[in-house]
Design a binder for this molecule. Structure first.
Ligand SMILES: O=C(O)CCC(=O)C(=O)O
Ligand SMILES: [Fe+2]
Length: 219
């Protein structure tokens, strides 16, 4: 989206860094294409069912390991039981470059070995409630990439899903890393702004989010 003021790298909280416009247009297009390929299977995108009967409004798929509320599995136990696709080496590399960019720390980047990616697509009306990413058994940072429509991302605190929180607009190409003291902060996506994405990204509509994580689970 065209902005009047240039947006700059911002530390939102200790360990939480927003890097606007980090992904160049060709990388956005390549990621959109890759997501399309992954969605062809063996595990299609799905809306996860929550234990109390609700259904998430985002469509999601996983690489490396399958996430379902609230655990990881090698196979897509709540979809079709198929093994999930591996996390491609190029995507883990992108994660390392993201850590280097956010923290300006080449050593932290070299150590970063994500083993899962979660891909979410926000179609019309989709949101994500406040939650912690806590099925992982490691405290390495989460790398989050946004493509398509702009959203309001809400970064809360580590104690409760309520205030204090801060809202930040994530636009197409933005990188957000949350690690260190912010790794287990509550967060969510209360709003996506329809029609704000760049058609050049190759996404017909909605918002795509990829998160890379280190599960710390035995291989
Ligand atoms: O869409 C986003 O920016 C956040 C996604 C998220 O929090 C998650 O997949 O756990
Ligand atoms: Fe999350």
């Amino acid at each position: 989206m065209a902005t009047l003021l240039p947006r700059s790298r911002t530390a939102l909280a200790p360990g939480a860094v927003h890097v606007p416009d980090w992904l160049p247009p060709e990388s956005r297009r390549a990621l959109v294409e890759a997501c399309r390929d992954w969605a062809r299977g063996p595990v299609p995108m799905r809306r996860a069912r929550l234990p109390r009967g609700g259904v998430m409004s985002v469509d999601s798929l996983c690489l490396g390991r399958h996430w379902l509320p609230y655990r990881y599995s090698r196979t897509a136990d709540d979809v079709n039981g198929a093994p999930v696709l591996p996390l491609p080496a190029w995507l883990a590399d992108l994660g390392r470059r993201a850590i280097a960019a956010a923290y300006d720390d080449e050593e932290a980047a070299a150590r970063y070995e994500p083993d899962v990616a979660l891909v979410n697509h926000y179609g019309p009306g989709a949101t994500m409630g406040m939650h912690q990413d806590k099925e992982e058994r490691a405290s390495a940072p989460v790398v989050s990439l946004s493509i398509g429509d702009t959203c309001v991302f809400r970064l809360g605190n580590t104690d409760t899903r309520g205030r204090p929180w801060q809202d930040v607009e994530l636009e197409s190409g933005d990188l957000l890393v949350f690690g260190g003291p912010s790794r287990f902060a509550y967060h969510g996506v209360p709003k996506v702004r329809p029609g704000t994405g760049d058609p050049g990204d190759g996404l017909a509509r909605g918002r795509l989010n990829l998160t890379l994580r280190v599960t710390g689970l035995p291989g």
